[in-house]
Design a protein around this ligand. Structure first.
Ligand code: COA
Length: 328
């Protein structure tokens, strides 16, 4: 079995900053409420004319440069997103066109905020089977476009961004050690966009009822998350025969600081080892864990040889975790 890891990494966040003070002007909320209940101070929103594929392409170009590869070297693009540019066609094919990865096959993975972990897991498998040698995995979202900006319960949580990783063979002792993916299927509006798909096609009435926007039962998601994150992390550790006390950095999905703290406590991982950037970007769904990795790299906190665990949950309800020894 080849050692599969990350050869190059990149991230991108759009320039428009949306602060808690900006939200105070739109809905009945406060910086104090948002900060204490979620840990979020600000987020980034895609600017007019910028689609998810544009954010993804920017992150992808940086990852390719970091890996020292050309777009033509990529054989497959896997894009994790639940906010694609179009209902039909895949968003990854738009990225292929934008970056000139003419030799790549493309598909999207829709596993919401767990998507980056799912995509890395699939990418690893396809390299280990010998089918591909260089795969570009991207997590990218423009959640801001699908928010009801009058809904203080849900909309204040989310933001936009993208991360990208070039995957390939790495030296012995590095790369992905194990991963775990799980799903607890629901069909009750716990976390979804109801209209615009095949069950509830978009009609004028549904648009006016705001059914084309993200709906969420925050309490139910919270309860699910505080169990799912530690469970997935422990399962991944078990599969990889990894002692969780040896993890150098935990990269959790940045959804809510209180969820992260509860999960870390259950895992007995001290908060000093947990990477946080939720205050800067809010919940960027499939981009969230990768944006955390990108920031940790920029700060010099994540270094070659570090043992890291990624853990996430999202709509579906999906969840998962992946453990790797950083290879760059
Ligand atoms: N500003 C001010 N008040 C707000 C508010 C906001 N932005 N959003 C909700 N409130 C109010 C509620 O209306 C409620 O008021 P009420 O008691 O008069 O009805 C009160 O604050 C408490 O609401 P509650 O739902 O108990 O708050 P909470 O502590 O559970 O926090 C969430 C709410 C959404 C932050 C929290 O449940 C959460 O983070 N859930 C997980 C969401 C998530 O991670 N989703 C993405 C998954 S990928």
């Amino acid at each position: 079995m080849e050692n599969v890891g990350i050869l190059g990494f990149g991230k991108y966040v759009p320039e428009r900053v949306m602060t808690n003070a900006d939200w105070e002007k739109l809905v009945d909320t406060s910086d104090e409420w948002i900060t204490t209940r979620t840990g979020i101070k600000e987020r980034r929103y895609a600017v007019d004319g910028q689609g998810t594929s544009d954010l993804a392409a920017e992150a992808a170009k940086k990852a390719l440069a970091d890996a020292g590869l050309n777009p033509e070297d990529i054989e497959l693009i896997i894009l994790a997103t639940c906010t694609p540019d179009y209902r039909v066609q895949n968003c990854s094919s738009l990225v292929q066109k934008k970056i000139g990865a003419v030799n790549a096959a493309c598909f999207d993975i829709q596993a919401a905020c767990s998507g980056f972990i799912y995509s890395l897991t699939v990418g690893r498998s396809l390299i280990q089977t010998g089918m591909y040698k260089k795969i570009l995995v991207i997590g990218a979202e423009s959640v801001s476009r699908l928010l009801d900006m009058t809904d203080r319960n849900t909309a204040i949580l989310f933001g936009d961004g993208a991360c990208a990783a070039v995957m390939g063979e790495v030296e012995e002792g590095y790369g992905i050690i194990s991963s775990y993916m799980g799903t607890e299927g629901v069909d009750d509006g716990t976390l979804r966009i109801k209209a615009g798909g095949t069950m509830y096609p978009a009609t004028v009435e549904r648009v006016l009822n705001k059914e084309i926007y993200l709906e969420m039962n925050g309490t139910d998601v919270f309860k699910f998350a505080v169990k799912a994150l530690p469970f997935a992390t422990k399962e991944a550790a078990k599969k990889g025969n990894v002692d969780l006390s040896t993890i150098d950095i935990l990269f959790p999905h940045q959804a809510n600081l209180r969820i992260i703290e509860a999960a870390a406590k259950r895992l007995r991982i001290p908060m000093e080892k947990v990477y946080l950037n939720i205050h800067k970007y809010g919940n960027t769904s499939a981009a969230s864990i990768g944006l955390a990795i990108g920031d940790a790299l920029e700060e010099g906190r994540l270094k070659k040889g570090d043992l890291i665990a990624l853990t996430g949950f999202g709509a579906g309800l999906t969840y998962g975790s992946l453990i790797m020894r950083w290879s760059k």
